[in-house]
Design a protein. Structure first.
Length: 691
């Protein structure tokens, strides 16, 4: 088949051409022995960036984009630097000053924000700061009692040059800045006392004027800007609730409908969830339909797997008639939005043998030598009720366009969040193209990659455009592995492009921890997911009802909703819905839990206990979570709270937001004790008294 050149390939090709040209240019310079004098300033290690700028980094519109770089030059010259930023495609740049954050490492810092969704770009400029050199050296000479009469003249020249720069570059309305600089120059010439001169040297307003208007020579510029995608807040922060609509009926054996889901929404809202995610809601094929517990044969009345998409009634743009109509679905979306809930849909690009695509476009599928269409396989497993799509067929352009139209169809009906089934089994280039095309007109769209695959694969899917990613959190149970895993996700370059969505369980995954740990295991994992992750999810009502029965001792649920209808007693006494509601309320009320990058793991002298803290961007909201990872027995220990790092001093308050208990702590080491049968977690809000 004909191949498209991906954005990645195009950029790689361009970079190769640039390198080749640079090599040729360098050779000509060397051969001619003609030195080129360029800026003495060097800009290195700019962050955030992904694969040397090959892919954009990710932020949300509520987050400042923090930019760091190593900026240095030979000798002892002072440096000035500024950050340039704009929405991609805009002609003019916004500019803000950068500041030296760590002089020993030549580390500079700047930040910008944006309220426009979509792709933005930024760059850095730096130059030798002649005014900064003069000010620093004059201070030193003045402090040493040396004669500085010449330095005063030099400073006056710098100020007057800047005043002229204002006149020549800015409109008359801005010439007031020139007058101010002239006044400073006159004041400098007339200083007769050291105190007056020190005052001028320390004047921050003058420093700002000189940064803006002093002459800049041999400015070092980044060769090309870096990119960052600004996504909606829901891309970073939210609580997801997975629900099978067909099991929403309250009557035993009766197929649920969208109207039943509307009635269920207040219950979900009361638990504090922001997103309700549905498995596929399309017509289900009858050919090779699966029976209960994934049996190969179905009986009359068996509903089959929702992932066997398509029947004579329609495919990916149709709704299973037992659930309702398109109008019913649109009403459901509207009612959910009125409650502050977003509806997320499953996008599974696969078909049942009865899908209209099979008859209308048989060339979109894989064919065996005998002419039959190949079903999905993961040997030795076979999925006879599903046909995989051949994304590289001869008619791939029309196929890709049709699959994009599926997203467009649901966007038009108010859905902006899509959980994508098994994206790692489809071509990277398809997802890179699809997501980029959708975001051209719908930058608010969110794509969650359901890919429990190898680390490199999961990370690459995030790089090419997926907004969120499933993670290995489900199987990270011990203290060391949790600490190591989330340090990688939140504190390395992975944080620039990959946002984990911490699902505690899924219809496919019922871990042995939940199977055998009882109610304490469910409360432990809920508390951990809700506090360690800005976004997390549960598959309900199985989770809040602590369903731990597995099929044949696997991670599959016994009598799974994937293959049959279920009814649930939401008012059962063993439900932990109130505990989940409390966790979600704590999340909403504490902005520290709305981010991931601020996480700090704390020393605690018990391997059965895990402690970590998070802070809001302004540092005022501090949450310390201490959790018992053992569902069977009480654990106790001493947790270390680094008071200086957290800006705590003297005696400070530790308010447990789960139990509402309040403690006064006056040292860095504090005793904790957690009984998993009572409450397995402390979620402390730490603050100095008087705040």
């Amino acid at each position: 088949m004909a191949k498209t050149v991906s954005a990645q390939q195009e950029l790689t090709t361009t970079q190769g051409a640039e390198k080749a040209q640079a090599s040729t240019d360098n050779q000509s310079v060397v051969s001619a022995q003609e030195p080129i004098f360029n800026s003495r300033v060097v800009i290195e290690d700019v962050q955030p960036q992904v694969d040397s700028g090959l892919f954009p980094s990710k932020k949300v519109i509520s987050e400042p984009v923090s930019v760091t770089a190593s900026i240095h030059c030979d000798g002892h010259n002072a440096i000035a630097a500024q950050l340039l930023y704009r929405r991609a495609g805009d002609k003019s740049w916004n500019k803000s000053r950068m500041f030296l954050k760590d002089s020993g490492m030549d580390l500079w810092f700047g930040e910008f924000g944006g309220t426009d969704l979509g792709l933005h770009e930024f760059a850095i400029e730096a130059w030798i700061d002649n005014y900064g050199n003069w000010r620093r050296d004059t201070r030193r000479k003045l402090g040493a009692g040396q004669d500085i009469s010449v330095e005063i003249k030099e400073g006056s020249v710098l100020l007057l040059d800047a005043a002229e720069q204002v006149k020549s570059t800015l409109p008359k309305d801005d010439h007031l800045h020139s007058v101010k600089l002239q006044n400073y120059a006159n004041a400098l010439k007339q200083t007769q006392h050291d105190a007056d001169l020190f005052s001028i040297l320390a004047d921050e307003h003058l420093e700002d004027l000189m940064f803006r208007f002093a002459k800049r020579e041999l400015v070092c510029k980044m060769p090309k800007p870096l990119h960052v995608v600004l996504d909606p807040i829901r891309a970073l922060y939210g609580a997801w609730y997975e629900l099978f609509p067909r099991s929403a009926s309250t009557k035993e054996g009766l197929h649920g409908t969208f109207k039943d889901v509307v009635n269920r929404l207040p219950y979900i809202k009361d638990m504090g969830f922001d997103v309700v995610y549905f498995p596929p809601i399309h017509p289900i094929g009858t050919t090779a339909r699966k029976g209960p517990n994934n049996s190969l044969k179905s009986a009359p009345g068996d509903v089959g797997s929702p992932w066997a998409i398509g029947a004579k009634e329609g495919g990916h743009k149709s709704i299973l008639s037992d659930l309702g109509t398109v109008a019913d679905f649109e009403y459901l979306v509207e009612e959910a939005q009125n409650l502050g809930i977003d509806i997320a849909l499953d996008i599974a690009y696969q078909c049942s043998p009865d899908h209209p695509y099979v008859k209308e476009h048989p060339d979109w599928f894989y064919h065996r030598p005998d002419g039959s269409i190949k079903c999905a396989e993961n040997p030795p497993k076979r999925y006879e009720d599903i046909y995989p799509i051949n994304f590289e067929c001869d008619d791939w352009k029309n196929l890709w366009a049709e699959l994009k139209s599926v997203i467009d169809f649901w966007l038009e009906r108010g859905v902006t969040i899509f959980r994508v089934d098994n994206p790692h089994t489809k071509p990277y280039t398809f997802w890179e193209w699809l997501i980029a095309e959708v975001k051209k007109t719908h930058p608010e769209a969110i794509f969650l990659a359901e890919a429990f695959s190898r680390p490199k694969v999961m990370k690459y899917l995030a790089k090419i455009g997926f907004t969120q990613s499933y993670s290995y959190f489900t199987w990270r149970l011990g203290k060391s592995e949790i600490t190591e895993y989330f340090t990688e996700l939140y504190k390395t370059d992975v944080a620039n492009y990959m946002r984990p969505n911490l699902f505690v369980n899924t219809p496919d995954i019922l871990t042995h921890f939940l199977q055998y740990g009882g109610k304490p295991a469910f409360t432990i994992r809920a508390a951990l997911a809700a506090t360690i992750g800005a976004t997390y999810g549960i598959y309900g009502p199985t989770f809040e009802l602590c369903v731990g029965s597995s099929h044949n001792n696997t991670e599959e649920y016994l009598d799974s909703e994937k293959y049959q209808l279920r009814q649930w007693d939401l008012k059962a006494g063993h439900s932990i819905s109130e505990f989940i509601a409390r966790l979600n309320r704590i999340r909403r009320e504490n902005p520290a839990l709305h981010n991931n990058e601020s996480i700090r793991f704390h020393t605690i002298n018990n391997e059965g206990l895990l402690a970590f803290s998070k802070q809001s961007h302004d540092g005022k909201n501090i949450i310390l979570t201490v959790i018992n990872l053992d569902p069977y027995q009480t654990q106790e220990g001493q947790v270390h709270v680094p008071m200086h790092e957290l800006n705590l001093h003297g005696t400070f308050e530790s308010h447990d937001l789960v139990t509402n208990a309040r403690y006064s702590w006056d040292s860095e080491w504090n005793y904790v004790r957690l009984d998993p049968y009572v409450c397995p977690v402390h979620v402390f809000r730490l603050q100095n008294y008087g705040r």
